[in-house]
Structure formats: C-alpha cells, structure tokens
Design a binder for this molecule. Structure first.
Ligand code: PLP
Length: 450
C-alpha cells in the first residue's frame, strides 16, 4: 500500500538538521498534526489508531476536552508562579488527590517535579537522606530516565552510559524476575526463585544489607519488554525490605494511572510501598511528576532539598486533576482491565497460529508481544518487530517495540472495542506479511526503535 507522507518527510528532514538526534528513537516518519482520543493525525492528513499513547503519557486519550478546558481556564488565571516561593491551590488539591488514590495506610506527602527522570533522582536523595544509607538497588534492563540519577538507576543500554561517566555511585543492578526468559534457565516446574537467591547472595557476598537505602522496582518492567513479576517474588522482596528497614519504592512512571487495571501497578501485589514514583500520564502529557511517600521520608531532606522553579506548574496540576476526574467518571480502570483481557486473549489466539509470537504478557492495557526467531531458543527477532511496526504504521496503526523485539501495546484507555479490533486485525495482517517475506529490508533503515 502507498501512504502519502510528503509533508511529514519534509519536517523530518528539517528536524535532522536542527534537533539533537540522541534524543530520538525513530520508528517511522510520523509528524503529529493533531490527536484526539485514540486517534492521531499526521501532517498529511493520515489517521492512525494509537497503541502507544505517547509512551504511556496519554492514558485518558489525547486532548481530552476536560483536560483542554482545565488548561485554558488555568492559563487565563495565571500560567505559573513558582511554588518554591509562593503557594497555589491546584498544587494542594492535586497533592490531596494523589495521597488519596495511592496505596498505603499511613500519612503521606508529595513532592513534585517535571519528569519521571527528576522524580527518580528525588527518590535517590530521599532514600539516602531518610535512611542515612547510600546504596540503591534497581534492576537490569530497567529504564528510569535520562538525568544523572535516573540514568544511573537504569541498566537498559550501554549506549546511554557510554562517554558520560562517572555516574552516581553506589547504585546496584540485579536481575528482574523474568519467567519467560529466566536468566537461571528455570521454568515453572523447577523454579526455586533463583532470582531471589541472587539478591540474597548479593547481600551475603558484596552488598552489605545494612547499607541499602532502597530497592526500586517497576511493578511491571516496562521498557524491559512488559515483564510481570511473579507475586511470590514481590512478597519476598517486600518482606525482606520490611525486615531490613530498606525502603520499597514502586516506580510507576509508565505503569501508573490506570494503565494496568488498577490506579497503580503495585496494587496487583497488595503491597504498600514506602514511595511511589509517577510521571507521564499524571497530567496527560504536560510536564509533571511526583513522588508520593510516607510523610517522614518526604520530610527527611532539609530545605532546599528538592525543588524546581517550574515544578508543580498550575496548568499541569489542573490537567492532572482533570485527568484523575476523567479516570473516575469514565471508569477507565475497569476499561483497562476489560479491554486488556480482551486484547491479550486475541494475541494469545494469534500466538496459537504464528510461531513468531513466543509470548504474550501484561496486565490491563500494558501488554507485550514477544517476537522470536525460534520458540525453543527464544532468540529475539528484532527485524520482525521493526518490520511489523513499520507495516502497521503504513496501514494506520501506531505500534512500537522495545527490548529489541517486544511489541508495545499500551493504547489510551479510552480506545473503543472497534478501534482495538481494527488495530489487532492490522497487526495480524502485518505479521502474516512479515512471515510471507513481503516487508522489504529497507524499512529497517528507518525503523530503528529502542
Ligand atoms: C518506567 C519509567 N521511568 C522513568 C521514565 C522517565 O520518564 P521521563 O521521560 O518523563 O523523564 C520512563 C520513561 O520512559 C519510564 O518508562
């Protein structure tokens, strides 16, 4: 099929001349003109069903009228006055809401920022200040952001780390519990939680446990390829944290705000984390992030321990309040659960037909479809992922991949059943075309991805 994207191509060419290309992971030349709900339109008038939600930053759909109205209303009052020196109402209202919707039967407080990355930097500071310990534990293949702290917590790509060291010290990475590609070669029958033993051994041999301030875990490892940890791992991790007074931090920048069929992903595990990190969809894509934590943790930094001139911007706070209202009014948490189950089921049916699909996993509308060269060896098929995504774009569906080979299925939670069906039909057609060999190699030069 021929897609006319001349205007888009022109802008992409101009972009390459003036924009830092290290801030890009291109899949196809889509220049967004407008977006509404689950539909994105490009500069040439082509419309696409969005299965990416602006990297999980548009859970309630693009340009929701309530969010747009809140933004306009607030902009007419005042655009910003820094909460570092003065106060404003939307900030306080939003903090109250966040305290309400997060798990944890204890007194909580909030600190705001502008991105998931800076919130993760805040986590390092707070954990160290509160515990008086320096070590932070995070996971191999995790992505927490691009600022120095968040990058140091991340372990997803050496390309991100090369040339920029030294990074923030005393951050240690351990294997995420990945039951599909178990690092320890185990399966459901013979698993003895070797991944947990790895952590115990780390504490035995090289990480003094009494120096550990926090363990930061995503309730679903997002950029690692939507990996859902087993509940018994999470239970043991939480108990270990409690026993050794290590802070348990749920990193929900990608999985929060209804995405997984709960307000926050950690609720699937009945855990009350000491800190929750949020960003992306909190304000439907406006720059806002937050850490919600036990009061005593938030107050452990002296003034001025963690503040940003443009943090907690009132327009972003109003957008966040509207976002929370929409999630409640439109029952989007239930939608994520129901549509998620439906979508997963359809992918599982595809898996029965196409050996290319090695695994389908996820919670709610956070689903990963793992494409493999061979089901036995589970070798990742990066080219398949890139070609399928590109062909989907040509046919009107925005889908990307991460972890080299995992199709990222995270549509806005307002997507309709018809839109999901259409998108899934197109994905299936594209998979068939890939298998037939009718997607040319040239697309690999464009669809670079993560
Ligand atoms: C889990 C997770 N944490 C943190 C970040 C960083 O957020 P931001 O890009 O807003 O700094 C991301 C972004 O992809 C993420 O997926």
């Amino acid at each position: 099929m021929v897609l006319t994207v001349q205007n888009c191509i022109e802008i992409v060419k101009e972009d390459e001349k003036v924009i830092c290309q290290s801030s890009r992971l291109p899949y196809y030349p889509l220049v967004v003109k407008r977006a509404k709900g689950a539909i994105v339109e490009d500069l040439d008038g082509n419309q696409y069903i969005d299965l990416l939600s602006s990297a999980a930053a548009a859970n309630i759909g693009h340009s929701h009228p309530k969010v747009v109205a809140a933004i306009i209303e607030q902009a007419q009052e005042f655009v910003h006055y820094t909460p570092v020196y003065m106060y404003h109402e939307p900030l306080v209202k939003l903090a109250k809401e966040l305290v309400d919707i997060t798990p944890g039967n204890f007194r909580k407080k909030v600190v705001f920022g502008l991105s998931g990355s800076d919130a993760n930097d805040g986590v390092i500071k707070l954990a160290r200040a509160y515990t008086g310990r320096s070590k932070i534990i995070t996971y191999i293949q995790s992505y927490h952001g691009a600022t120095y702290g968040a990058l140091s917590m991340s372990a997803i790509s050496t390309s991100m780390r090369i040339k920029v060291g030294p990074l923030v010290p005393d951050i240690h990475h351990i294997p995420y519990p990945d039951c599909y590609r178990c690092l320890f070669g185990k399966n459901e029958e013979n698993c003895n939680m070797e991944c947990f033993t790895f952590l115990e051994n780390a504490f035995k041999y090289y990480i003094p446990i009494e120096e550990v301030a926090a363990i930061v875990i995503e309730p679903i490892a997002g950029d690692a390829g939507i990996i859902v940890p087993p509940k018994r791992y999470m239970d043991r991790l939480y108990s270990l944290c409690k026993e050794h007074e290590i802070l348990f931090v749920s990193e929900e920048v990608q999985q929060g705000f209804g995405r997984t069929g709960k307000w926050f992903g950690i609720e699937h595990f009945n855990i009350q984390p000491d800190m929750i990190v949020m960003g992306k969809s909190i304000a439907s894509g406006l720059p806002l992030s937050a850490i919600v934590a036990r009061e005593e943790i938030i107050e452990s930094l002296g003034t001025p321990g963690h503040l940003f001139t443009t943090g907690g911007n009132p327009i972003a706070c109003r957008a966040a309040l509207a976002t929370i209202e929409v999630i409640r009014e439109e029952n989007l948490i239930d939608s994520a659960k129901e549509l998620g189950a439906y979508t997963k089921e359809r992918f599982i049916k595809m898996k029965d037909k196409y050996p290319l699909i090695g695994d389908v996993r996820g919670l709610g509308l956070s689903i990963g479809v793992d494409l493999v060269k061979d089901r036995l060896t589970k070798v990742k098929d990066r080219n398949a992922a890139a070609k399928v995504c590109y062909r989907c774009w040509e046919k009107g569906v925005l889908v990307t991949f991460f972890s080299n080979n995992v199709l990222r299925i995270q549509p806005p939670l307002v997507i309709s059943r018809e839109q999901i069906d259409k998108a899934l039909d197109i994905i299936e057609e594209s998979i068939m075309e890939y298998i037939e060999g009718s997607i040319p190699d040239e697309v690999l030069e464009v669809a670079k991805g993560w």
